[in-house]
Design a binder for this molecule. Structure first.
Ligand code: 6PG
Length: 233
């Protein structure tokens, strides 16, 4: 695994240029390439920036198959839906893509997790997985102390999960750590002072879900505000 830390003026703009570069390199080999999307306000800005640069720098999108790394168990048109966020910020603005695979629409979360697990089984790679970092150190919907974050079975790619501390609302579906480990590339986006403690703890190797993320390559895109203040540890 190779891990890089990149301090950037704008996480959203850095995300957009990294994605264009990485998708351009990884597509065009005659097969669809998977991209797993995220949720949250940083993701929204990142996807808007990606849609903006896509207009200028050409289409790889028909060769990119769209998945989600986590989802809130709400209908797809709900304001809390990560699918809706990605539609509004990115998918409705970039024209044709490869197949789009929403993670959830209705029904029991465990059933939806099973269906998505089935969908991912057999993918030779999970391609690029985009992750954010919560102030509590969660990523995807892998919350500290949750059952989903403790899964180590490499065959268990997707689970239903909840936050045992009740900080992050709604039942969720999420990739597991062993699933994320099958990605070629994880891109973390971390922006703002509210992430400062979590980021410092991840960098110190504390036991948080985001600390345990592995993949062939992991790129952390972070802004100055998320870094420890000078003089602080
Ligand atoms: C979600 C996410 C979640 C998110 C973090 C950080 O559905 O909420 O996928 O893991 O990435 O909460 O979000 P921000 O980076 O936007 O603060």
């Amino acid at each position: 695994m190779s891990v890089s830390w990149e301090v950037v003026p704008s996480v959203a703009e850095a995300f957009a240029s990294v994605l264009v570069e990485e998708l351009t390199t990884r597509t065009g080999h005659g097969r669809l390439y998977p991209l797993f999307l995220s949720g949250g306000p940083t993701a929204r800005l990142a996807y808007q920036a990606l849609a903006d640069v896509t207009a200028a720098s050409g289409p790889v999108w028909p060769q990119v198959e769209i998945y989600w790394g986590d989802e809130r168990c709400v209908p797809r048109d709900d304001p809390d839906s990560n699918y809706r966020l990605a539609r509004e910020a990115l998918l409705d603005r970039i024209g044709e893509t490869g197949p789009v695979h929403p993670m959830y629409d209705a029904g029991p979360p465990e059933q939806a997790a099973g269906a998505y697990r089935q969908l991912l089984t057999g993918l030779p790679t999970l391609g690029i997985v985009h992750l954010g970092l919560g102030p509590d150190g969660h990523c995807a919907s892998l919350f500290p102390g949750s059952a989903g974050a403790a899964i180590t079975d490499p065959g268990c790619l997707v689970v239903a999960n909840t936050d045992p501390h009740g900080v992050n609302p709604l039942p969720r579906l999420t990739l597991t750590l062993p699933a994320i480990a099958r990605a070629d590339l994880v891109v973390f986006t971390v922006s703002g002072a509210s992430k400062r403690d979590a980021l410092a703890r991840v960098r110190a190797g504390d036991d948080l879900p985001a600390t345990h993320v592995t993949a062939t390559r992991v790129r952390w895109l972070v802004d100055e505000a998320a870094l420890p203040r000078s003089g602080a540890s």
